[in-house]
Write a protein that binds this ligand. Structure first.
Ligand SMILES: Cc1cc2nc3c(=O)[nH]c(=O)nc-3n(C[C@H](O)[C@H](O)[C@H](O)COP(=O)(O)OP(=O)(O)OC[C@H]3O[C@@H](n4cnc5c(N)ncnc54)[C@H](O)[C@@H]3O)c2cc1C
Length: 282
């Protein structure tokens, strides 16, 4: 509820609540709703782009030295050919690859249990895509890549060894079993990721992984397993001041939904910023 540029409260299924300050934090599932609220009230939105890539799986031996010091290390790598940004994200030591089922396509993700460990470590390796004028529909571009990859994978994610990808040949179960990494996800199709991802993204991933090998020796070994596609869709970002307050006084945003965060830590941090500000102004 807004009156003369000031928030007055919220309307919910359970009733109407009056409040001089409101924090909108509905998560990714509420991203479209936040965008519609912003549009309705004339708050500016900007595109955050998407990240497209693969889930990399190596033996724990390759990552233990690093993960025993930092549980979830993030490396940003600028690639040579395209000067694009790639990064590692969501590392799971002793973890498992998982399926992410969208309506029209499948993606991969990764997770780890506290009490059950595999012999492998996985992490997302992603290439950033921000489309600029006149075509800015990053979401549709990401979905098209997801759909193409799902066609090539016959409805399942694609699994390929890094060595096969570099040699321009598809992987087979026979080739996968030659390596000493046991895949933690087997409901996949062994194939050729080069048939599924755009050349620019693929080049970024290959160059990026080879650069990462300089700090994580062995990560770009031939037997390293790659699962595709992994796609991170980000919400459009709602314009705010430094306290995450929108142009409507007292209306703050936090978390993934309004596009001001992208992971657990930043989502929590963006909740604290407006909370502290509201207390300060009491
Ligand atoms: C499969 C997966 C793996 C991930 N792995 C990692 C990881 O390893 N590391 C990492 O840092 N991040 C990871 N993330 C991202 C992380 O989960 C999010 O960045 C974070 O949870 C965002 O926090 P949030 O508070 O913005 O949203 P959320 O955690 O989504 O919370 C928003 C809440 O609002 C509720 N809500 C929405 N609309 C309404 C409504 N109308 N009425 C009532 N309630 C509503 C939702 O149900 C939800 O409970 C992962 C995400 C996914 C999906």
């Amino acid at each position: 509820i807004e009156q003369e540029g000031q928030v007055r409260g919220v309307i919910t299924d359970k009733g109407e609540y009056k409040a001089p300050n409101v924090i909108l934090a509905p998560g990714r599932i509420g991203a479209n709703w936040v965008a519609s609220v912003a549009q309705k009230h004339g708050i500016n939105l900007s595109q955050r782009g998407i990240e497209v890539g693969i889930r990399v799986e190596v033996h724990n031996d390759i990552m233990d030295d690093l993960c025993n010091v930092i549980y979830d290390p993030t490396f940003f790598i600028q690639t040579n050919t395209y000067d694009d940004q790639t990064r590692t994200f969501c590392t799971n030591q002793g973890g498992f690859i998982s399926l992410e089922n969208y309506k029209d396509f499948v993606c991969v993700n990764g997770h780890a249990y506290s009490g059950k460990k595999s012999s492998n470590t996985n992490f997302a390796f992603l290439s950033k895509v921000i489309l600029t004028e006149p075509v800015t529909d990053n979401q549709a571009y990401g979905e098209s890549i997801g759909q193409l990859a799902t066609i090539i994978g016959g409805g399942k994610p694609i699994l390929q060894r890094f060595g096969d990808l570099k040699r321009g040949r598809r992987s087979t179960w026979n080739r996968i079993h030659k390596g000493y990494i046991e895949p933690t996800m087997t409901n996949v199709v062994c194939g050729d990721i080069a048939m599924a991802l755009p050349e620019r993204i693929l080049t970024n991933l290959i160059e990026g992984l080879e650069t990462l090998n300089c700090v994580v020796p062995g990560v770009s070994n031939d037997e390293t397993l790659l699962y595709a596609p992994e796609i991170k869709f980000f919400a459009t970002q709602v314009e705010t001041n430094n306290y995450l307050e929108t142009s409507i006084k007292g209306m703050y945003v936090a978390g993934d939904g309004p596009g001001v965060a992208g992971n657990i830590v930043s989502a929590a941090a963006t909740g604290l910023i407006p909370a502290k500000r509201i207390i300060e102004l009491q």
